[in-house]
Design a protein around this ligand. Structure first.
Ligand code: FAD
Length: 388
């Protein structure tokens, strides 16, 4: 594990730091555009970051990226955090969906979509989860049926972050129910303005609505909407989920849950019974940081991050919730009105987002520890029989 910047990385960090210091007055004052109705200041900030080469840094140069690695993305994230600045508005589009189109998309899709995605002129959303398919993603039921002109889409997605702002979504649909569940799926680009697309906000415990349920009622998709091959959508989905895991790694160190975040508010008023639990939170946060460094260091030496990256998310979210609970206990009910109430309400959801604790632990059990796999009773069965 190498924790120091190479001379090349130190130069890159200095360049990023100087640019951010010079332009920080242009950034929106809120840290994230997720809960904001007026996203225009965040869109403008993403455009500025894109023009400075500070978003899509891992994208190939021919598609407007910098052709750099995850380490450079991690450096940018850490410098943004250091100055308390928000990052790009469309993290899902830049981090997962654009790279998936780069791998599986046609030349026409890349030409049409990548530039406006990079600059934030067109926001994207990810249509994977459904009411009866979250952890069991391959169990989705939204159907795309072949027509003479293209495809006819019917069904429902849920928990779709940013759908209320999105111009396009990447959507996994079932195209052949006679095949086993992982095989009859295809991936599509959906124009959010197409007739039959209806976005309904879902209000969360925080009082905000950052995600949505989205209904598709006889939505006509052109032939050119398909990403990858017909009935090979699972491979495209796996690419997307792999990028999601990579991106998490670039944020583990500086996602904002530094030990000081929890120590500072308790400094003068901590009670003896809270010392041990707080120490345990801090130890977990440090473990996440160093595991993140170790994984990034592996990547820098040409290896791929393994499924153990999921452990970082579980540990981080759990530690942040325990830290916020300690502060709420010390400060009493008034703590729940402000920042800490918000944290407690929001963080519970992150136990599910990006894979639930149980599913990530299952993956680690099976792929890292070599434990026996879960029984899969529907393996090889036509999906139409699973549904009936
Ligand atoms: C903040 C946030 C943003 C999100 N954004 C998006 C988005 O933009 N696009 C999108 O498509 N989705 C999004 N999601 C959805 C997310 O991917 C799902 O919540 C997640 O995959 C879990 O699915 P589910 O909610 O249907 O829960 P379920 O899969 O129904 O799980 C319910 C419970 O059962 C447990 N469980 C399920 N299967 C097993 C098993 N085999 N073994 C043990 N326990 C099991 C789970 O761990 C969980 O505790 C988002 C979620 C959140 C919280």
């Amino acid at each position: 594990m190498d924790l120091t910047d190479s001379p090349q990385l130190a130069t890159f960090r200095q360049r990023v730091r100087s640019w951010l210091q010079a332009h920080q007055s242009d950034a929106p004052t809120e840290k994230t555009g997720l809960h904001i109705k007026d996203i225009e200041p965040f869109r403008a900030w993403q455009r500025q970051l894109a023009e400075a080469g500070l978003v899509g840094v891992t994208w190939p140069v021919e598609f407007g990226g910098q052709g750099l690695g995850m380490i450079e993305q991690a450096v940018i994230n850490s410098e943004l955090y250091r100055l308390g600045l928000p990052g790009a508005l469309d993290l899902i589009g830049l981090g997962n969906l654009g790279p998936t189109i780069i791998v599986h998309g046609t030349a026409g899709q890349k030409e049409r979509h990548l530039k406006p995605l990079l600059t934030g002129d067109e926001i994207w959303c990810q249509f994977f989860s459904e009411p009866s398919a979250g952890s069991d993603l391959a169990g989705i039921r939204t159907r795309a049926v072949k027509t003479d002109e293209g495809w006819l889409l019917n069904g429902q997605k849920v928990w779709t972050t940013n759908a209320q702002h999105a111009a396009f979504g990447l959507l996994l649909a079932r195209t052949d129910p006679s095949l086993p569940k992982h095989q009859g799926l295809s991936m599509f680009i959906v124009d959010m303005k197409a007739p039959g697309v209806q976005v309904r906000p879902l209000r969360q415990l925080t009082g905000m609505a950052a995600f949505n349920e989205v209904f598709f009622d006889n939505v006509e998709l052109p032939e050119t909407a398909i990403v990858g091959e017909v009935n090979d959508g699972w491979a495209v989905a796996l690419t997307c989920l792999m990028y999601e895991r990579f991106n998490l790694l670039t944020m583990l160190d500086q996602i904002g849950w530094q030990p000081s975040v929890f120590v500072q508010p308790l400094r003068d008023k901590i009670k003896p019974q809270h010392v041990q639990p707080l120490a345990s939170v801090l130890v977990d946060l440090l473990a996440v940081r160093y595991s993140g460094h170790r994984a990034l260091s592996k990547v820098a030496h040409g290896e791929l991050p393994g499924p153990e990256a999921g452990l970082g998310k579980i540990t981080l979210v759990d530690a942040a919730i325990r830290g916020a609970q300690i502060i709420a206990e010390v400060d009493g009910p008034s703590a729940l009105d402000g920042q800490w109430g918000q944290v407690l309400a929001e963080m519970q959801g992150l136990r599910s987002g990006g894979g639930t604790d149980e599913i990530l632990l299952n993956t680690i059990g099976e792929r890292v520890l070599g434990l026996p796999g879960e029984p899969r009773v529907d393996k090889g069965m036509p999906f139409s029989e699973v549904m009936s």
